[in-house]
Design a protein around this ligand. Structure first.
Ligand SMILES: Nc1ncnc2c1ncn2[C@@H]1O[C@H](COP(=O)(O)OP(=O)(O)OP(=O)(O)O)[C@@H](O)[C@H]1O
Length: 326
């Protein structure tokens, strides 16, 4: 099933306006507005301490905002719709003595599911996600990644309409991160709305229809990933055999030039307003010797730098590197 593009008239799973939260002298969240359409995969992207967890907790009603409103499926009292929501908190943890199916059933019971139903569904979920062999194992006998997957499955046991994952990729190896991406896409394909926080740009870029970029408690951008990327003009990457000649006049003065040891030359510049075709004739007639030519669209990383600034992007990159080496 193809999901509709963001920005259409779907109803909103989450609507937050002007959320503010202060802890003593820390302004953790400073006027956050977000809109999450039903069925979307939505990312809250930002470095450590940006306000991601505080925002998610306010959306869920775990804490109340000092100012602002939030509506979940149109209801401004999140507790009243708790049974429609699955939540993976940043602090992971299940009771170590419980067996996997019991742990999932327990999480279901907290959302109104009977224990028998929760256990049956837990077994089904474990089987479907490659953990059928672990059904009767206690949580304490699992690896950290497996325990985290069980907790994730526990958030789905009651078939929520909305799932809220706080840094769901942290603590998972690359294989389990890949499986989680598949799971998130499958949830959205079935109509479940997914909102997750992350400090890793490529998870947001690969998965999300929409993102809120958050830094220092503020959201300088909330909207479509594609629109964010298109804020930066696409770049031409041209490789030529020749390094000079009359054809150079066809390139903008600002083109960046790299001469390679192998003898070829690279030129980087924004796609000219006249289009790429107008460049080709002077290059060919002037015998520039075109070796390669491509148009490269900006990634979400470039957009993040533009929107949130170098310092926030550096903080994000440092956390990603630290996470990879843990
Ligand atoms: N209960 C609290 N008491 C005091 N300060 C808090 C509390 N919770 C969060 N903060 C502060 O609010 C700011 C935002 O924290 P928050 O946890 O929302 O950020 P985050 O983007 O989720 O970062 P991280 O990924 O590191 O958790 C930080 O400066 C944090 O220290």
């Amino acid at each position: 099933m193809t999901r509709p593009a963001s920005g259409d008239n779907r109803s909103l799973a989450i609507e937050a306006r002007g959320l503010v939260k202060r802890f003593d002298d820390t302004l953790a969240v400073d006027g956050v507005d977000i809109e999450v359409p039903e069925g979307a995969i939505y990312g809250i992207l930002g470095p450590n301490g940006a306000g991601k967890t505080t925002t998610l907790r306010m959306l869920l009603g775990i804490i109340d905002p000092d100012q602002g409103v939030r509506r979940i499926f149109g209801n401004d009292r999140p507790h009243e719709v708790a049974k429609l929501i699955g939540y993976l908190p940043e602090e992971r943890g299940l009771y170590p003595a419980m067996k996997c199916d019991e742990a999932i059933a327990f999480m279901g019971a907290l959302r109104g599911l009977s224990l028998a139903e929760g256990r049956a569904r837990g077994r089904e979920l474990l089987e479907r996600h490659g953990l059928g062999h672990a059904v009767d194992r206690q949580i304490r006998q699992l690896s950290k990644g497996m325990a985290q997957t069980v907790q994730l499955l526990g958030t789905l046991v009651h078939r929520p309409r909305l799932v809220v994952f706080d840094e769901p990729f942290s603590g998972l190896d690359a294989i389990n991160q890949g499986k989680l991406e598949v799971m998130i896409r499958a949830l959205a394909n079935d109509g479940t709305t997914v909102i997750f926080s992350t400090h890793v740009i490529h998870h947001a870029e690969r998965l999300c229809d929409d993102v809120a970029i958050i830094a220092g408690g503020k959201v300088p951008y909330a909207g479509s990933v594609d629109v964010a990327r298109d804020r930066i003009p696409a770049q031409v990457r041209l490789e030529t055999r020749s390094g000079d000649g009359p054809w150079r006049a066809a390139l903008p003065d600002t083109a960046r030039h790299d001469a390679k040891a192998g003898g070829s030359h690279f030129w980087y510049f924004p796609v000219p307003e006249t289009g790429i075709e107008a460049l080709l004739k002077p290059l060919i007639d002037g015998e520039a010797g075109i070796l390669s030519l491509s148009i490269e669209r900006a990634g979400l990383h470039d957009a993040f730098v533009e929107i949130a600034g170098e310092a926030a992007a550096r903080a994000l990159a440092e956390e990603t590197a630290a996470g990879a080496s843990r």
